[in-house]
Design a binder for this molecule. Structure first.
Ligand SMILES: [Zn+2]
Length: 352
């Protein structure tokens, strides 16, 4: 991976983007794609669309959601403690004892989120899983007045953003879901932009996926692509306690995961797998028997239908502070998408 590309990934991971509050990360995206996209636009919903070859008849859309799960300030307690709702699907157990950041209008405010210590939990409380209501944010304020001067109701909150490289080319950070998928679609556009493309490529940094796939829906309507490929994370099953019988055999470092199933167009899926074989890009195959819970879901039913593919990045510990991926997997995923569009003649018919 080129160092500028790795820096771009680190910039994405260091920039907050809870659903509905994606502007800072979209600024990072807009700034980066300027050098190689023919056209960069932002729609009214906040999706950023970077286009190569906009006049082509065949339009291929790549969707990588830029939003991350987070929290939203709902109440400031008399003593200055701060309560928040969740944005997106949290396991509250994952929040206990985390360092957090409140992204207030005056600048980021460090916070911690926790509950009373084990010594003080009743026997009954020790047996129960923690509920969100039992957790509060603490910024060290003396009282409500001090906290309220800094923090407003509706300010977004994230985990403290930090990137850590691990052994064997693995890396850990909050919100690998889906900043690594966003990285893949933008990097694929950059790699493909050097070729003589026969199709239009629309790499979209979609918003609000974590609260119902909303940005993919609006951006796909606007672009009206014939082919759409979503890139998101999927569960790696190469760690203890995950059942491979239903979730498949997916390992970090074994390459992008190409999904098969009714949410995917079989010709797009076959072409992705054929591209991987021809270009010697290691990849894995997974199956999903229902409408998937990511942008591929709404891509497929856009307007009169879109030939949809789903390429996923294996991820351990999804929706936690320590989401882990393989850098080689995202590099290969970008290659796979770039080779896919570079191999199109522009005359393909994906009607199954
Ligand atoms: Zn996601």
């Amino acid at each position: 991976m080129e160092s500028a590309s790795l820096d771009f990934l680190k910039d994405l991971l260091a920039t907050p983007s809870p659903s509905g509050y994606e502007r800072p990360i979209q600024d990072v995206v807009r700034n980066y794609v300027r050098d190689f996209a023919d056209e960069v636009r932002t729609d009214l919903h906040g999706n950023v669309i970077a286009v190569k070859n906009p006049s082509a008849k065949l339009r291929v859309m790549f969707a990588g959601h830029c939003d991350q799960i987070g929290m939203l300030v709902t109440h400031i307690h008399d003593q200055g403690f701060i309560y928040a709702q969740t944005i997106g699907g949290w396991d509250p157990q994952q929040l206990i004892g985390q360092r957090m950041v409140i992204w207030a209008s005056g600048g980021p405010i460090p916070a911690v989120i926790s509950r009373k210590p084990i010594h003080l939990l009743t026997d009954e409380e020790r047996k129960q899983v923690v509920k969100l209501d039992d957790l509060w944010l603490d910024i060290g304020a003396k009282n409500k007045a001090e906290a309220a001067e800094l923090v407003r109701i509706g300010d977004p909150v994230t985990l403290q953003l930090q990137y850590q490289e691990m052994r064997n080319g693995l890396a850990s950070s909050p919100a690998m879901d889906n900043k690594c998928g966003l990285w893949v679609v933008i990097e694929a556009l950059r790699r493909a932009s050097k070729a003589n493309l026969k199709c239009g490529v629309y790499a979209v940094s979609t918003v609000a996926e974590e609260i119902g796939l909303r940005g993919a829906k609006t951006s796909a309507y606007g672009i009206d692509p014939q082919v759409g490929i979503a890139v998101d994370v999927t569960h790696a099953t190469d760690c203890p306690t995950i059942d491979k019988r239903q979730n498949g055999e997916i390992a970090l470092g074994n390459g992008p995961v190409v999904f098969r199933g009714p949410n995917m167009n079989p010709m797009v899926t076959d072409r992705l797998l054929e591209t991987a074989r021809k270009k010697e890009i290691a990849c894995q195959v997974a199956a999903a028997g229902r409408a998937v819970s990511n942008d591929a879901n709404v891509l497929q039913t856009n307007r009169a239908g879109v030939a949809t593919g789903l390429v996923s990045v294996p991820n351990r510990y999804m929706h936690s502070a320590v989401e882990m991926i393989s850098l080689q997997d995202i590099d290969r995923s970008a290659d796979l998408l770039a080779e896919f569009v570079m191999g199109l003649s522009g005359e393909e018919d994906f009607r199954p």
